[in-house]
Design a protein around this ligand. Sequence first.
Ligand code: PLP
Length: 399
Amino acid sequence: MRRDFPVLQQQVYGKPLVYLDNAATSQAPQAVIDAMNRFYLEYRSNVHRGVYHLSERATEAYEGTRVKVRKFLNVASDREIVFTRGATESINLVAHSYGRKFLREGDEIVISHMEHHSNIVPWQLVCGMTGAVLKVIPINDRGELIWEEFEKLLGPKTRFVSIVHVSNSLGTINPVKRIIDRAHEIGAKVLLDGAQAVSHMRVDAQKLDCDFFAFSGHKLFGATGTGVLYGKSELLNAMPPYQGGGDMIKLVTFEKTTWNDLPLKFEAGTPNIAGFIGLGAAIDYLEELDFEAAIRHERELLVYGTKVLSTIPRLKLIGTAENKTGIFSFVLENIHPHDVATILDREGIAIRAGHHCTQPVMQRFNIPATSRASLAFYNTKEEIDALARGIYKVLEIFK
Ligand SMILES: Cc1ncc(COP(=O)(O)O)c(C=O)c1O
């Protein structure tokens, strides 16, 4: 299976590449690259417009991905799957389209202290435009939401809860079903930021009963510049377009324009056609691979990695939630994370250092940054051992 990923076959500084930055972007298997190449080699053309063979083929492949995503998320209708540029655009779409239409002054939007900036800033923008107010669920020292505090925030003014499914800087898996049910009890709508969830677990949007779900293709072994927004059709139907342009309209005159049906109402302009064809291939790949087995393997790596890293002196894991995915965020006493990442890079080990677009998480733990190693199913125990050896080297240099 590892051989399916061309990027992983290389050496960096004469060492085998150990790629542990999957939370930022995961690698694409050959099947995804082939599918995208085929588009460019054989039938590059625009979608939804042409009546000729190439365009019909492109449209079929592009729309084929919508069906695959619909099944992947177990959603009722293809019309509820909107293609965007990424999780960020999906969240912005909801914040701006739903938020500006349905939120009023004094309404409350609940997010959490562990959100990615993509699930903070769009809501701040909408609050600025509407007079709605942002409320933040605090987290505990393990990096888990504090349920009682969430309960306290909920009230008659709560209109919207926008919450990360899995934290990208802590690995925490949030109790999203419970959050959704509780929010619905008081009549609030819920968006899940699923950017870190889809590649690590089965997501069943209908079972969860979330109102919106956002993710990015490049974190699911597909292309950058592709994203998905799932939304319940009654909500998407009630929302105004987010952007205007080609394909999102039925009829345009200078006096009046009528919108296209779902989901095209939200897909203005030419999309990343090759990218979405690649996303379809990525989903096919995961299903053929036995996604459940891949998840189990990753789970074993998480347990193994936690054990190995916990024995390293001067290392502190940030994010030790009981229920978490394969993300190891850590600080080494008196050593800056950038130094850690730079030294590991020379060992061929790619990890991330920084605030991971979650500055409030860093503020909560009173640290400037963390080093973060994040897993995908193609990682191995040997790579975790290499990471540990690399960290010991860092400790030796900064003795
Ligand atoms: C939890 C979370 N939300 C949102 C995003 C934004 O994703 P993208 O940059 O692909 O739009 C990320 C990416 O790191 C993320 O981890």
